[in-house]
Design a protein around this ligand. Structure first.
Ligand code: ARG
Length: 458
């Protein structure tokens, strides 16, 4: 089979080189976007008077039938044709004859690959945002169901203050909302057309690149042909968005893994989402969650991998850039799976409300006692000290805060009056967090309402 560059070469390509330099084994995933791009390119060449109507029609028909072959899995990709671009072009010439050789006029694979990747990333980001939205909806539904469930919150993984459990689910919803913002930032950085930049210096024909951009749905046209072919920042942005989202998922996964232990016992994971042990018959392991946590490592790795590839590359296109695709494909697929896994677990898990109900506040209510003294005029630092002493006293006596009597309280400060005892209740504590963004029932109901509106649930 002839190589496009054969005119200049005296030797046949070594087998190793073919295998080592090929990218078709993975960039075939770009075929549909490559064809879409080629159709727009044909229309642009027609508009510039480089192709006749008849030629353009033939090419577009040929490309459309290749598109069907690819969609139906009938396209036979060949390694000796190196990459997706040459595979499509070769097949086109097989189908339409010599006019197929006109497709690559005023185009280089350097602007072609950058265009494919930008188109591909934009579509995949929209898909990812859809998955993120589904996950957020699940969290909002869980929040709605758990307004009346009180739970301990943790700082330093030590019990901190009582919260309404809804507050927890809404917290993660915020995190996944900020992921969408990062993905849409990546979308915007990908939203510029490189095609028409040629190999590096631009093209010799008067292509209407703004027309091409319109055909392909790009919002902007890359303004400099050198950086247009050298730039992979839009992939970095997408990989960064994936890495941060993976980090959020890994934190959520870690909480749920802890919550599903016998020690916490806050949630039960359904059998269908767990796996067992080959030796210990009693085990039910939260593998989906563990893998979500674990796969975050490769999401970070993919970002580092491309950053490292890009470092010190001379302007403009270098073949090193071919290494951008596998990390990208891997991150998009990995994250999509993790988002789906997290949603399945959240939807399938059972909250063990009775276990949470047995939580009545305990020492997590001590800040409330301190704040009581503050309202009586004591500076917070002194109040903190007084309640610290009460805590030490209770620990020494082996008593719970709820068991405190009025006399005991007054031994520590005569600012305590009868109503202080009524503070020793977890719901009361939660609902005293009245400032915007806190865990009071009123605030949470309002947040849920807004979230439902934002997610299109009402
Ligand atoms: N497979 C190449 C890549 O992914 C396509 C561009 C090749 N360009 C070239 N001049 N060899 O980067």
């Amino acid at each position: 089979m002839q190589k496009p560059w054969e005119g200049r070469f005296k030797e046949k390509t070594e087998g190793f080189v073919e295998r080592f330099t090929q990218s078709v084994s993975f960039d075939k995933g770009l075929a549909l976007w490559d064809i879409r791009q080629s159709i727009a390119h044909v229309k642009t060449l027609l508009k510039a008077g480089i192709l006749s109507e008849e030629e353009a029609e033939k090419l577009i028909q040929g490309l459309s039938s290749i598109e069907r072959e690819v969609s139906e899995g009938r396209f036979a990709f060949r390694q000796e044709l190196e990459d997706v671009h040459m595979n499509v072009e070769f097949r086109l010439t097989e189908k339409v004859g010599d006019v197929g050789g006109k497709l690559h006029t005023a185009r280089s694979r350097n602007d072609q690959i950058a265009t494919d990747e930008r188109l591909y990333i934009k579509d995949n980001i929209l898909y990812m945002c859809g998955l993120l939205k589904e996950l957020r909806k699940t969290l909002v539904r869980l929040a709605e169901k758990s307004v009346e469930v009180i739970a301990p919150s943790y700082t330093h993984l030590q019990r901190a203050q009582p919260i309404r459990l809804a507050h927890y689910f809404l917290a993660y919803r915020e995190a996944f909302l900020s992921d969408e913002k990062r993905f849409m930032d990546a979308f915007r950085s990908a939203d510029a057309l490189p095609l028409g930049s040629g190999a590096v210096a631009g093209v010799d024909f008067p292509l209407d690149r703004f027309y091409t951009a319109e055909l392909l749905g790009f919002n902007r046209v890359c303004r400099n042909s050198m950086i247009a072919t050298a730039d992979r920042d839009f992939i970095l942005d997408a990989l960064y968005a994936c890495a941060v989202c993976g980090m959020h998922l890994s934190r959520l996964a870690e909480d749920l893994i802890l919550w599903s232990t016998e020690e916490f016992g806050f949630v039960d994971l359904p059998d269908r989402l767990c796996t067992g042990s080959s030796i210990m018959p009693q085990k039910k392991n939260p593998d989906v969650l563990e893998l979500i946590r674990g796969k975050t490592g490769r999401l970070y790795g993919n970002l580092m991998s491309l950053l490292t590839t890009l470092k010190a590359l001379p302007m403009s296109y270098d073949r090193d850039l071919q290494e951008d695709k596998e990390p990208l494909f891997d991150s998009l697929k990995t994250l999509a799976d993790c988002l789906e896994g997290a949603r399945l677990v959240l939807e399938g898990m059972n909250l063990r409300a009775n276990k949470m109900k047995s939580f009545s506040g305990g020492f997590t209510l001590m800040t409330d006692l301190a704040n009581y003294l503050v309202l009586k005029g004591l500076p917070f630092r002194q109040a903190h000290h007084v309640v610290g002493s009460i805590t030490a006293y209770l620990l020494e006596k082996g008593k719970k805060p709820e068991e405190l009597t009025m006399e005991e309280l007054r031994n520590f400060s005569d600012l305590f009056e009868k109503d202080a005892l009524s503070l020793l209740d977890a719901f009361t504590s939660a609902d005293r967090k009245v400032a915007y963004g806190g865990t009071s029932k009123e605030d949470i109901l309002e947040r849920i309402h807004v979230a439902k509106r934002e997610e299109g649930l009402i």
